[in-house]
Design a binder for this molecule. Structure first.
Ligand SMILES: O=C(O)[C@H](O)COP(=O)(O)O
Length: 332
């Protein structure tokens, strides 16, 4: 099970919590604004609230989520899962270097984080995966999906040229049903860090001052030198989310997005209606999945799904519970 290793963790990764306070309403709970060095003290739940079997606010049953029968053509449903996951630790995270749009792979620790993340979401239906165009997000998505109980094969969709599209066609409907399309989009990339890319974060703070560097890293509208502010990053990431991903959820497809600290911060800011002040304190740990339920046009934050051996995400909704039952039958 992943642990709260980050000094600033959005999410409690303790699998069970005494109470649950799921809400997309930013005023409703003690979610998301966290800065602590201790790991998950129950009195100070970090960010998201975890699964609990005693969860009482169960969403009404809906149609089964995509199942083997529905294949790549899931039925229209009134409820869809949205999983957000920041990539696991990269080689430059490890070295404390500003990374931005530089395409750096995961460390072994990052690989493990992705695998652990996969275990946490292994029971949640996934019909389509979105990742950035950067390898660390793609590795994370793939490694996480290797853990999924449904055992569908994630396949990157190549549309960069007509030939790439043609040459990657699959000619078996059955095989297609056993696949999950992975759509890569530069719009989900990390914010472009401009002239900070490749610099050491600590040395940059020593040189320019802690406050200045914090402003570059966390303010909403102040860009680092020749780079993107969070606002600029949101312009492309949130537009993409609205134009490409929401329609999938509306059609009942369950979506996973593997992306980056800042592209996801901008999406969460949108989902949770955070102000530009509030988003300053929003921190995402590497490799921790977050779950939202999309229902009747609204996003309901569901916390970090617990691992397979703990109280599962199926405690959240009957809909998920039904999917889980079906999955059990299939994989027995
Ligand atoms: O691009 C980077 O350096 C990190 O992935 C995110 O950096 P941040 O914590 O400074 O936003």
């Amino acid at each position: 099970m992943a642990a709260c290793t980050s000094q600033h963790a959005l999410i409690s990764v303790k699998p069970r919590c005494a109470s649950a306070s799921f809400s997309s309403d930013r005023r409703a709970g003690n979610v998301r604004f966290v800065s602590t060095t201790s790991c998950c003290p129950s009195s100070r739940k970090l960010g998201l609230v975890c699964a609990s079997n005693s969860q009482s606010s169960v969403i009404e049953p809906a149609k089964l989520p995509s199942s083997p029968e529905s294949g790549s053509n899931p039925k229209k449903s009134s409820e869809a899962a949205l999983i957000l996951i920041r990539h696991g630790e990269s080689l430059w995270n490890e070295k404390n270097l500003f990374t931005g749009c530089v395409d750096v792979p995961l460390t072994p620790k990052g690989v493990n984080e992705a695998i652990e993340a996969g275990k946490r979401i292994c029971n949640i239906p996934v019909d389509v995966i979105y990742t950035s165009s950067l390898i660390r997000a793609q590795m994370t998505a793939m490694l996480a999906m290797m853990q999924h109980r449904r055992k569908k094969v994630p396949i990157i969709v190549h549309k960069e040229s007509e030939r790439a599209h043609q040459w990657s066609q699959v000619y078996s409907e059955e095989t297609k049903k056993q696949s999950i399309p992975v759509i890569t989009a530069w719009q989900l990339n990390e914010r472009m860090y401009g002239e900070l890319q490749g610099l050491n974060k600590q040395e940059t703070a020593d040189l320019f001052g802690k406050e200045q560097v914090h402003e570059w890293r966390r303010s909403y509208d102040i860009p680092p030198p020749n780079g993107e502010s969070l606002e600029m990053c949101a312009e492309r990431a949130v537009s993409y989310f609205k134009e490409q991903i929401i329609p999938q959820l509306v059609s009942g497809k369950h979506v996973m997005i593997a992306a980056h600290g800042n592209s996801l911060r901008s999406i969460i800011m949108h989902l949770d209606k955070l102000t530009s002040q509030e988003v300053i304190s929003l921190e995402l740990s590497t490799g921790i999945p977050m779950l939202y339920i999309f229902k009747e046009g609204k996003f309901i934050r569901r916390g970090s799904p617990a691992g397979p051996s703990e109280a599962g995400v199926y405690a959240y909704t009957k809909y998920m519970h039904n999917y889980n039952q079906k999955l059990k039958q299939l994989t027995q």
